[in-house]
Structure formats: structure tokens, C-alpha cells
Design a protein. Structure first.
Lengths: 115, 113
């Protein structure tokens, strides 16, 4: 069984400030972890993924995330927020078990950028 | 340029109508999925398919049905729509060699009056 918890359904940051979106996971097998972004009236787009290689993963648009097994966390960060980062962000987990490949998504965090 | 096409993007219909949400992909992926998304809620998997003539129900019970007659096409049908079916429906695909990454269409937002 696997699940993800995203702390904070809404996060607001000032333009130029650090973005930190939190994700904790639970998985009975080694996980693959993902962050997706959804802009208004759009589908989900992959930002980055962790697949058991480097624990610090870099993604598109200047985002990165660090896999911390001891904390069961996969928080998403960006050093300097831009207005275009305003969107909804979803963390997701998939078990590394080829008989069970479904992704389980968190409830999402809506990021607002304050000018 | 989209590789996963969903139509219609927006649909408003009355109760009792039959509707079909279309999903087509040009990526050649075997695996296709339908997710239901409500505001403030996680995405719920309602149907998936691992190839032609393969369909399975997902984690969330749904009154909708799906078919997979061609690799590139995975339509979702509601025989008699109700207001409780109002939601956004997202189609996704995955490569058989993938480490889990899903590719999503832009979604179909359904409103049943």
C-alpha cells in the first residue's frame, strides 16, 4: 500500500522568494516519486521524478526535490518564485513493483505568487 | 503540440443524457488511464487498460464504462448522466518501459444539470 500527504492545500509566496511545497509518502516497497504541475484548465505535466538514482532531483522550470528516506519526504523547492509558477502541484508515488504500477496522488497544493 | 487529445474539453448536459468522452493518443503507448479530479481532492483512478481488449476498473468505483478497441483510442461512456457525475476527467498514457511517468491530456470538464 502506498500514499502521499501534501501539507498545506494553499501556499502563498512573494515573487522572488523561496518556494517550498511539502510531500511525505508511505510505501511498503521502494518508491518512485513524482511531482506534477497543473495550470488552470490544463492536464498535469511532469516536473520531476525520483527513480532510485540521485536523491537530489532537478526538474523543469528551476524546480528540484530531495528524496529523504529517513524522513519519508520528497519536498519540492525553487530558490526564487516567478509569477508563472502559480499553479496546482501534485505529489505522487508509485511502488517499484511491476505487478502494481498505479500512481497514487496527493490532494494537491495550490501555489499563489504575490507580486 | 498535444500527443493526447481529449474531446470535448467542456460539456454541459442535462440529467439522463448519454455522453462519451473521447481520448486519443499518438504516442503509441500500450497503457491508458482515466482519472477523475474534483477540486481539493486527489486524482482518483477510475479505469485503466494495458492494451487492446484489456480494461480494468480502478480504485474509485464509477458508473462509467470504457472500451479499448484500438491502441490509440480509449473512450469513456456514461449511459445516463447525473449531477453527481459533474467533475473533470483526465486521460493519461504510459510507456510500457516507463518508470511510472504518466502523460496527461488536457482534460474534459463535465457539468450535469
Amino acid at each position: 500500500a502506498q500514499s502521499v500527504t501534501q501539507l498545506g492545500s494553499h501556499v502563498s509566496v512573494s515573487e522572488g522568494a523561496l518556494v517550498l511545497l511539502r510531500c511525505n509518502y508511505s510505501s511498503s516497497v521502494p518508491p518512485y516519486l513524482f511531482w506534477y504541475v497543473q495550470y488552470p484548465n490544463q492536464g498535469l505535466q511532469l516536473l520531476l521524478k525520483y527513480t532510485s538514482a540521485a536523491t537530489l532531483v532537478k526538474g523543469i522550470n528551476g524546480f528540484e526535490a530531495e528524496f529523504k528516506k529517513s524522513e519519508t519526504s520528497f519536498h519540492l523547492t525553487k530558490p526564487s518564485a516567478h509569477m508563472s509558477d502559480a499553479a496546482e502541484y501534485f505529489c505522487a508515488v508509485s511502488g517499484v513493483n511491476f505487478g502494481n504500477e498505479k500512481l497514487t496522488f496527493g490532494t494537491g497544493t495550490r501555489l499563489t505568487i504575490i507580486p | 503540440e498535444a500527443d493526447i487529445y481529449q474531446t470535448p474539453r467542456y460539456l454541459v448536459i442535462g440529467t439522463g443524457k448519454k455522453i462519451t468522452l473521447e481520448c486519443s493518443q499518438t504516442m503509441g503507448h500500450d497503457k491508458m488511464y482515466w482519472y477523475q479530479q474534483d477540486p481539493g481532492m486527489e486524482l482518483h483512478l477510475i479505469h485503466y487498460s494495458y492494451g487492446v481488449n484489456s480494461t480494468e476498473k480502478g480504485d474509485l468505483s464509477s458508473e462509467s464504462t470504457v472500451s479499448r478497441i484500438r491502441t490509440e483510442h480509449f473512450p469513456l461512456t456514461l449511459e445516463s448522466a447525473r449531477p453527481s457525475h459533474t467533475s473533470q476527467y483526465l486521460c493519461a498514457t504510459r510507456d510500457r518501459e516507463s518508470t511510472g511517468e504518466l502523460f496527461f491530456g488536457e482534460g474534459s470538464r463535465l457539468t450535469v444539470l
